[in-house]
Design a protein around this ligand. Sequence first.
Ligand code: AMP
Length: 619
Amino acid sequence: MLKFTDITLPEPLLRAAAHLNYISPTPIQASTIPWLLENDGDLIALAQTGTGKTAAFGFPVLSQTDIEKPWVQTLILCPTRELCLQITNDFTDYARFMPRLKTAAVYGGASIQKQKDALKAGPQTVVGTPGRVLDMIKQGALKIEQISRLVLDEADEMLNMGFKDDLFEIMGHAPEDKQILLFSATTTREVTKLANTFLREPHRISEGNEQQGAENIQHFFYRVHARDKYLALKRIADMNPRIYGIVFCRTRIETQEIATKLQNDGYNADALHGDLSQGQRELVMNRFRSKYVQLLIATDVAARGLDVDDLSHIINYHLPTEPDVYIHRSGRTGRAGKSGVSISIIHPRESAALKAVEKRLNREIVYLPVPTGREICEKQLFNFIDTVERVEVATEEIESFLPNVYKKLGWMSREDLIQRFVSVEFNRFLSYYKESADLNQATQRHSPRDDQKVVFKTFRLAVGRRNGVTKRGLMTFINRLKIAPSIEIGNISIGEGHTLIELDSAHESRIMKAFARNNFNDEPLSPSLQASSRDDSPEREGKYSRKGSGSGREDSYSRSQGDKARGSRDRKFSKNSSDKPYIRSAKTKAPKGITTGKRDYSGPGKAPAKRKKTSAQDA
Ligand code: AMP
């Protein structure tokens, strides 16, 4: 295996590499560094973020810098302030044993004067974002007439961000005979155009297949209804208690909404988007870097330049329209030889986009069912027990308290103690997920009525035979609720104290609201969604006769507007005192001590006064 010591780099750089614990060059470094040390032609290097590309150009640039010359010899352009600072810091690390080498950073959103002072100090290398660099050139603070090298880092992103004109103008100030090193994660048409305009017979290096993701990243997807994406996201977080990742959203508004919801639900999450001030941005990024924030909800643009090495997960809340963007996002995990997971939460209409990504990746994206409440509980329980096993016991500090504690708990058996200690953490937690719905896209069936596919979900009602529920009565009741002009009813199972009824999932939220607002024989229905397993049905029965058909045959039932009149005769159904869907008591607290907080119950629903027990379900 090639080692840094095998490359003829100047000794201070080899020392810096060793100091950084860079033993072997990464693939992009192995192919770029030796070539650049021996050639002064232009270069196009295709490399993902996190592949070690900064050192791939950084070591050669520094080794070819003449520290005797106090003028700018290399200009590095990059898309964002964060990346600019990152590269500047990396250069400071690489030049740790080159005391006379100076690097200055020039980026927007910060004091111009300080940056001008830094430029006056005679840096040999300048790293900057195109807009501010151009300003500095125009103000005469930055002179690039004598540069030997121009590095365009993340060229695709600079073009995506609309820096094309600035780049062209900057080029006009640079000398003809400079060397251009263009680094890009993707080869878009714009990148090719830029390269064709400014680079001369460039040498091309690509780290593996630039169109494919890294091998050490696993790709999974979950398929849920669009409205269940948030719940699926929470379950993914719950299933991965030590998750440290970025959730990519499409818009700033969505980013903020999801982050706020997650925070309200007790998760360590925050939003990163373009509406934040520079100060807020830095605060969020620092909290994320220090892992205080475990889930960063970000737009693609905002996440650029955020350099974090050990992300465990990338989550695509929506699939990006361009497969390249997917590859770029997922390239943020599995960095520097580590493994990573890229997850997409898709709804049925995103299936084609998923296929396009698979094709570009040349790999299967593996389907995973959204974990059930039980699976999550088990995972969290063992995570908690792991934490207990690994906790450092502050023997000295607690010593004086222990005799009393032992005395107080002395009457309990070991099993008792364990059970209680687990229950402290898990009673509420288990109840959160008890009866939680199956979020996976429900099973599909054909309606015999119109041969159109109807997706059913099973609703559980807290009334049964003992409350006078009959199939006919239930159908009449549903008729009266005016949920939709036409609603399919599948199987109905009536138990002693509860009923399971399958209804067209397209109307799920309206069904839930209607059930929550109305009582059956003065009894609240306490509706909840039932997981797809039907093993616990109190009674399995066939599909219902379609009302009004008169045929009496087993069929699905469709409610029509014509049924409205009949509903008014039925006096059994009284209005519930609560006018909000009962989801879960907002007062129910998330279990503490587990990474994340409140579970699937994001709804504002309040329990009706009569109800004592919460009925856990997904909102
Ligand atoms: P970059 O793509 O330049 O942002 O680098 C990604 C990460 O890989 C950074 O944290 C670097 O410090 C690290 N890195 C770069 N080159 C090496 C190397 N040869 N050995 C180990 N880590 C490296």
